[in-house]
Design a protein around this ligand. Structure first.
Ligand code: G
Ligand code: G
Ligand code: NA
Ligand code: MN
Length: 254
């Protein structure tokens, strides 16, 4: 397909861009980190979303090239932010389960961090919950190795997969990112609130931090804060934006 044949060209010519979406502390609404999200700005096809190209690159066994490229860009941007003396507590990057089959991710991630002088605590690693499988002993081991080396592991899109609850038992994570599907019927279905507060309670009892994704309204914000969800992300605060747009925000928050 077009995406597979043009992937290396896209990397070389800078068509792959990294956007950043702020994460805010529920209690204060202060920015406490960012999620890095890839975009492919193609000269022929226009802006292509990762929802389209990530599965194609996974199938073509090229996804590790993408994810390590994004990680490198994130480390460069972190260096830039830190040199300006601005405070960014962390940036989270998305890794695919396929990355771990293709490459020694721990080694690659450590090489990139070291090359850019980025301390490990500045990088958090998100793995989509639907990519986990309780029988995947290898992935379990790789996640444990990353955590043992000081990288925070975040479970992405919690609740969107089929074996979520068992995953919580079998994989060690630091943060549960609650899928935005939980907020979809927030205004119309009272069950939404019951489910959200049960998920946050359960996470707390398991010693996990919680982040709700896809927060779009003040009403959702007030509710999530009231049930003790610690970190929030969504259009109410900011969409994903280029680095140039987060720098002035960080300067203002100093
Ligand atoms: O930004 P957007 O909402 O279109 O992202 C869609 C999905 O693509 C999200 O689930 C996100 O986790 C995933 N994604 C975004 N950037 C990357 C990336 O650099 N690597 C991988 N593996 N997935 C990504
Ligand atoms: O797979 P992941 O959860 O990382 O994907 C996040 C995706 O959701 C990104 O593509 C981002 O653009 C999108 N997104 C972020 N905030 C919101 C939001 O408040 N509402 C909606 N509908 N989408 C969002
Ligand atoms: Na993600
Ligand atoms: Mn997510």
């Amino acid at each position: 397909t077009y995406l597979v044949t043009h992937f290396y060209e896209a990397l070389e010519k800078g068509w792959i861009e990294v956007y950043y979406q702020p994460e805010v502390r529920a209690l204060t609404r202060e920015i406490c980190g960012f999620e890095a999200l890839a975009r492919w700005r193609d000269p022929e096809r226009g802006l292509i979303s990762p929802g389209v190209f990530v599965p194609v690159l996974e199938d073509a066994h090229l996804i590790d090239r993408l994810d390590l490229y994004v990680l490198q860009r994130v480390c460069e941007d972190l260096q830039h932010i830190r040199r300006e003396g601005l405070d960014v507590t962390h940036i989270s990057v998305n890794l695919s389960r396929v990355d771990f089959q293709l490459n020694d991710m721990l080694q690659e991630v450590e090489i990139i961090c070291r090359a850019h002088g980025v301390p490990r605590e500045f990088l958090h690693i998100e793995i989509t919950e639907s990519a986990l499988n309780e029988n995947d002993a290898f992935l379990k081991q790789e996640i444990a190795r990353l955590r043992a080396q000081g990288f925070e592991l975040w479970m992405d899109d919690f609740g969107s997969g089929y074996s979520s609850l068992n995953n919580l038992k079998d994989f060690q994570f630091d943060m549960l990112k609650i899928d935005m599907a939980f907020l979809r019927d927030f205004e119309t279905k009272p069950q939404s609130r019951v489910i959200l507060s049960a998920v946050v309670d359960m996470a707390k009892k398991l010693g996990l931090h919680t982040l709700a994704e896809g927060v779009e309204t003040e009403e959702q914000y007030a509710f999530l804060k009231s049930i003790g969800c610690e970190v929030l992300q969504g259009y109410l605060f900011s969409p994903p934006v280029p680095l140039a747009e987060i720098l002035p925000i960080l300067r203002r928050e100093e």
